[in-house]
Design a protein around this ligand. Structure first.
Ligand SMILES: *Cc1c(COP(=O)(O)O)cnc(C)c1O
Length: 222
């Protein structure tokens, strides 16, 4: 796998050069991460707590670790000290646990709220009603050790580009409407994490600020 060539090929197609490329290195060996680091990658995405914990001490200190997968509340404590951004916050319960762990170590932890945009039932995330419910909860206002930086979403796994575009557009619309809402200072709509190897160009066309690209850089998994 020529990681350098793949990185260049992916970067070359970017519609928005300011969009952050998060290199999704899940299941890949450390040597692949080191290779990507050598070619300038600082942002890595992992979806398993155990794996991110194992890799983190082996990489340079300026590596940014993105937790992109579904995160269980009882595992937050293991990544709280070093995680750069948690993309998949999909419940108030999880957000409260991240806040609790941040408080313990006196660290404000940056997160994104995952929104359910896909047709598929299987994908995680808030729907807009649940989101408003959380925003209105008195407990929400009292959070002190999380910084909500934006939204994340995953489109339906389909060849139908119109469907994917429609889903990304709905996420972008929600992002823009939340920007106009009066929300606590720890909620900022700056980042929109959408797009993977198969759909990152559509995502960029629809306003993504960070894409999570794995197989197009490191090759297919398993
Ligand atoms: C695995 C994964 C990706 C990357 O998928 P590719 O198709 O390999 O680019 C992106 N986002 C999430 C949440 C993932 O779990």
């Amino acid at each position: 796998m020529d990681i350098k060539a793949n990185l260049e090929a992916v970067k070359k197609t970017f519609i928005n050069p300011d969009c952050l490329l998060v290199a999704v290195s899940k299941t890949k060996p450390l040597s692949d991460l080191k290779d990507a680091y050598r070619w300038g990658v600082r942002d890595f995405g992992e979806n398993k707590v155990q794996e991110i914990q194992a890799k983190q001490p082996e990489m340079p200190d300026d590596t940014h670790w993105h937790m992109i997968g579904h995160l269980q509340s009882n595992k937050v404590k293991y990544i709280a000290p070093f995680v750069h951004l948690i993309h998949g916050v999909d419940s108030f319960k999880l957000l409260k646990e991240i806040n609790k762990q941040g408080k313990k170590i006196n660290r404000v932890i940056p997160v994104l709220l995952q929104i359910h945009i896909a047709e598929e039932e299987s994908k995680f995330g808030f729907d807009t009603e649940e989101l408003q419910e959380m925003f209105q909860d008195p407990g929400f206002m009292t959070l002190t050790h999380v910084s909500i930086q934006g939204l994340m979403g995953m489109a339906t796994f389909t060849e139908d580009e119109d469907q994917v575009r429609k889903e990304f557009r709905s996420l972008k619309n929600l992002f823009e409407s939340l920007k106009k809402e009066t929300l606590p200072a720890f909620v900022q709509m700056k980042e929109l994490s959408m797009g993977m190897s198969g759909d990152y160009l559509i995502a960029q066309e629809e306003g993504s600020t960070m894409v999570r690209v794995g197989s197009a850089i490191f090759g297919s998994r398993g």
